[in-house]
Design a protein around this ligand. Structure first.
Ligand SMILES: Cc1ncc(COP(=O)(O)O)c(C=O)c1O
Length: 382
């Protein structure tokens, strides 16, 4: 257990809740979940399934209707041919990270992963006794890959490369050119697998989402992670999936059998409706995120000591706070205690996050403006 890490967002949330209990007003910009309600058609599908008998165990890899709907959706959006048997449904997308790393990586092997990046990657790499090899995502590279650096870090010992685009926490988006570098590096390697975390693929503000699985020969070498939490505001439902080769679906299904048995049956039926039903609601949410992005980026850039690049995807900003003279943990605590604004220090996402904060703009424009005002005043007061 000593090698297993955690996700600081939940710790900051607990601290913020404790302050709220004492009567302090806190604006929550720390947690990564849409503030919108799950669309009505999806809720109705769940209720219908609940009363329609979807209350028992179902196949460990997912119900056929959902695996088919996912195969169709990924085939269309990633321009590849996916068979329903190449899909494993899990309670949230997070288990796909855990299970893929458990299934594919042996102790001593190397795993490349984005840093700053989602903290669970590094946590699980350490947990299986593998060697974490961070790929720094730097502001000067628009939080994209440094091609030469990546080429240099792919060695004989590399077993897995984790990519996340659009990225949490930086909002960076990998281009086809970036992905091509990885594809070329592993073109002669059948022993390397790419875990491509595409959970934010629908929340993209400029350009199109590009998946490494769409490159020739890469479908067999990729595990595409995606889910319903962010796109359909379904974080609490716990529904996600991985798309991978059939030999890997068997391994991941075995891990499902050993842990969860299966994903909640009526929730899976809601997932079918999410994918096949009207897409107006997710589109409306994305349009709203886009407006909020403008507000938060321009507001942060007006605050002395802070500069902020416009994220190209997801719903986070990753402002540079070095001009404040404070380290990111101290500043995070200061803003929570003095300004009543909960944010995450950049180092919650790895050592290359020093000098940054992560703010989620999955909150109303009114609250974002209030938070900006409070941050500005608290920094002037020092
Ligand atoms: C990059 C990334 N991948 C995966 C997940 C997990 O999503 P889920 O709620 O479906 O488990 C998150 C959630 O915050 C995330 O930010």
């Amino acid at each position: 257990m000593e090698t297993l890490g955690t996700e600081t967002a939940f710790e900051v949330l607990a601290k913020a809740k404790a302050l709220e209990k004492q009567g302090k007003d806190v604006i929550h910009l720390e947690i990564g979940e849409p503030d919108f309600d799950t669309p009505k058609n999806i809720k109705e599908a769940a209720v219908k399934a609940l009363y329609g008998g979807f209350t028992h165990y179902v196949p460990a890899a997912g119900i056929p209707q959902l695996r088919e709907a996912i195969a169709e959706y990924i085939s269309k959006t990633r321009r590849i041919n996916v068979d329903p048997e190449e899909v494993v449904v899990t309670p949230g997308a997070k288990p796909i990270m855990f299970f893929s790393i458990l299934a594919c990586v042996n102790p001593g092997e190397e795993v490349l992963y984005p840093n700053p990046g989602f903290p669970i990657y590094e946590s699980v790499i350490n947990f299986v006794g593998a060697k974490p090899v961070p790929i720094p995502l730097l502001e000067e590279n628009d939080f994209r890959l440094d091609h030469e650096y990546v080429k240099d870090k792919i060695t004989k010992k590399t077993k897995m490369i984790i990519l996340n685009s659009p990225e949490n926490p930086t909002g960076g988006v990998l281009t086809r050119e970036d992905l091509k570098v990885i594809v070329d590096c592993i073109s002669n390697r059948d022993d390397v697998i790419v875990l491509s975390d595409e959970i934010y693929s629908r929340i993209i503000y400029e350009g199109e989402h590009e998946s490494i699985a769409s490159f020739k020969g890469m479908k067999e070498k990729s595990i595409v992670l995606d889910g319903f939490s962010k796109t359909y505001a379904m974080t609490g439902w716990r529904l996600g999936y991985g798309v991978m080769r059939k030999d890997l679906t068997q391994k991941v299904t075995q891990l499902m059998i050993n842990s969860n048995s299966c994903t909640c049956a009526f929730v899976q039926m809601a997932g079918v409706e999410a994918l096949k039903g009207p897409q107006k609601e997710p589109e409306r949410m994305d349009a709203e995120f886009k407006k909020r992005r403008e507000v938060i980026v321009s507001g942060l850039n007006k605050i002395e000591g802070i500069t902020c690049k416009k994220p190209r995807g997801a719903f986070y900003v990753f402002p540079n706070i070095t001009g404040t003279g404070m380290d990111c943990r101290k500043l995070g605590d200061y803003l929570l205690n003095e300004a009543g604004v909960a944010v995450l220090p950049g180092t919650s996402f790895g050592k290359y996050g020093e000098g940054y904060l992560r703010l989620s703009f999955a909150n109303s424009i009114e609250n974002i403006n209030k938070a900006l005002d409070r941050i500005s005043k608290a920094l002037k007061k020092r």
